[in-house]
Design a protein around this ligand. Structure first.
Ligand code: NAP
Length: 166
């Protein structure tokens, strides 16, 4: 569980597979509701990452229809998108994760900063993604968490492999 003291530090939420169906229908709406309801640390940045070359505006256009914005919430909704960014890159090349790492680091002022990586990608790329996160994107000033969307592997063997430390 998040330590309450961590709430004052920068957090970066990286959504891998940000071009996909799950991202637009479930994850962008969910992070918007958490942001809207002020239950996230104030200084949270959101970075969408996927191979598709697109602008943040295009990501927003695709997700918008799944995100409820009630009357009076329009400016908060704009603020939410101002806290967002999108970066295109591969899942299997370390260099792209080094660029992602540089991108995240720009937001991490101060002594502590935490990183959360959400894998909204097919299970076939879980290994490439987690190995590259470990090699190039581990937080040096705070914790690193990886969230894996179900299905967790394809069977008992692959699911056990995912549970083992790399
Ligand atoms: N959609 C849902 O409602 C839902 C519900 C429960 C669980 N899930 C699970 O969540 C994960 C993501 O689901 P999704 O529906 O969002 O999937 P998706 O749209 O097929 O894939 C998400 C993104 O991953 C990249 N991708 C797709 N196929 C790939 C491949 N063969 N190799 C490398 N990258 C690939 C694509 O992005 P780029 O090409 O831009 O990199 C795509 O936009 C899956 O494991 C799925 O089983 C989805």
């Amino acid at each position: 569980m998040e330590n309450k003291a961590d709430f004052q530090y920068p957090h970066t939420f990286v959504l891998l597979g940000a071009s996909g169906d799950l991202a637009k229908k479930k994850i962008y709406p969910t992070i918007w509701y958490l942001y809207r309801d002020n239950v996230l640390p104030q200084n949270t940045k959101f970075i969408g990452y996927a191979r598709t070359k697109q602008t943040l505006e295009e990501v927003k256009e695709k997700s918008k229809k799944y995100m409820k914005v009630r009357p009076g919430e329009e400016s908060k909704f704009d603020q939410f998108w101002e806290a967002n960014d999108y970066l295109a890159g591969s899942y299997d090349r370390r260099i792209d994760y080094e660029l992602l790492n540089q991108h995240i680091s720009k937001y991490e002022k101060g002594l502590r900063a935490n990183r959360i990586f959400y894998l909204a990608v097919p299970p076939t790329v879980f290994e490439d993604v987690t190995v590259n996160i470990k090699n190039a994107c581990i937080a040096i000033k705070g914790y690193t968490r990886v969230i894996i969307e179900k299905p967790f592997g394809r069977d008992d063997v692959t699911s056990e492999k995912l549970s083992k430390p790399i």
